[in-house]
Write a protein that binds this ligand. Structure first.
Ligand SMILES: Cc1cc2nc3c(=O)[nH]c(=O)nc-3n(C[C@H](O)[C@H](O)[C@H](O)COP(=O)(O)OP(=O)(O)OC[C@H]3O[C@@H](n4cnc5c(N)ncnc54)[C@H](O)[C@@H]3O)c2cc1C
Ligand code: FES
Length: 281
């Protein structure tokens, strides 16, 4: 069991911050890793990235976007509640080295795991530029945090309500043309990460992506998270989640992400029916 010490709404109504008492995980965890949690004994296990790691106080932070049954159930937990199982740290840490200039590109909840990654690149002596995007200004998260770990933050919104109007890839291309970079690290929806890779390819800029495949055990046993990288089968949970984005088979990743879409919808609809009263509060 792991106790929730703090909960905040990061973006109303769907993105939530949780600070969790997890002394053993926080002692070992590194940027880029994740946990798998199960809220109650009838619940499914879901992977969530580490949005912060605080070994001094024995805590980790998670940012959860309510998209389906389990993340909505998680969004209803409060400070003082317990998470039944919290397993981690899982996955390989992001490789951090002094390389020169690093551009971090984040979209959606993907901006949150970029925070500890950015802090580590900065501490290693790199020049860190963050490009973060959302559909509109009210959907942006973690701007203050990314400012703390970046030399420069560029914001893009699809509707132009803040920063540059357009996708993150427009700002990325401009930044690469004007200033170049040794490395790009991107976390977010697969479609965005694939576009980031297409943008960096002509510049031959190494691009690390964090693959959000379907995961079950998180230990390399079930094969649920398999992805194809440079023609080889890899397990995102133990070989990743970071991979060289120019070598990833994006079509296979995106088609595998849709494997259980009908079942997920059915389960969420059924849950919403049973919790109609709670949801309308
Ligand atoms: C390594 C890793 C790290 C992750 N880190 C985080 C994190 O830090 N925070 C977080 O909120 N989520 C994170 N995720 C995604 C999270 O695990 C899933 O969103 C979660 O499993 C959804 O469970 P659910 O039962 O609520 O929804 P499901 O019923 O499983 O999904 C409902 C539907 O929502 C859509 N969906 C699922 N995930 C997303 C998404 N991320 N964005 C948009 N639509 C989506 C799909 O169409 C899906 O069919 C991570 C995933 C991986 C693999
Ligand atoms: S989640 Fe089971 S092998 Fe990766």
């Amino acid at each position: 069991m792991a106790k929730i010490l703090e909960k905040k709404i990061i973006r109303n109504p769907d993105v939530f911050y949780f600070k969790i008492d997890a002394p053993l995980i926080s002692k070992k965890a590194q940027p880029g890793q994740f946990v798998i949690l199960r809220i109650h004994d009838k619940g499914e296990r879901i992977p969530i990235s580490l949005a912060d790691i605080n070994p001094d106080e024995g805590t980790i932070s998670l940012i959860v976007m309510a998209v389906g049954k389990t993340t909505t159930e998680m969004s209803m937990l409060k400070a003082g509640d317990n998470i039944l199982d919290l397993c981690g740290p899982l996955g390989q840490p992001t490789h951090i080295e002094k390389i020169g200039k690093v551009i971090l590109v984040g979209g959606g909840f993907g901006v949150a795991p970029l925070y500890p990654i950015g802090r580590a690149f900065k501490a290693a002596g790199n020049h860190v530029v963050t490009i973060m995007g959302a559909r509109s200004n009210d959907l942006l998260i973690y701007e203050e945090e990314m400012n703390m770990v970046s030399d420069k933050v560029i914001i893009t919104t699809d509707d132009g309500s803040k920063g540059i109007k357009g996708f993150v890839t427009k700002a990325l291309e401009q930044e690469l043309v004007e200033n170049g970079a040794e490395l790009v690290v991107t976390v977010g929806p697969a479609v965005m990460m694939r576009s980031v890779c297409k943008t960096t390819e002509p510049f031959s800029t190494k691009t690390i992506v964090s693959l959000n495949s379907i995961m079950i055990d998180g230990t390399g046993m079930c094969g649920g998270c398999r992805v194809y990288v440079k023609g080889e089968t890899k397990f995102a949970c133990v070989d990743g989640p970071d991979f060289d984005g120019h070598l990833v088979d994006w079509d296979v990743l995106m088609s595998r992400q849709k494997t259980y879409i009908d079942k997920e919808k059915e389960s969420f609809d059924e849950w919403k029916k049973r919790h109609a009263g709670v949801l309308s509060e």
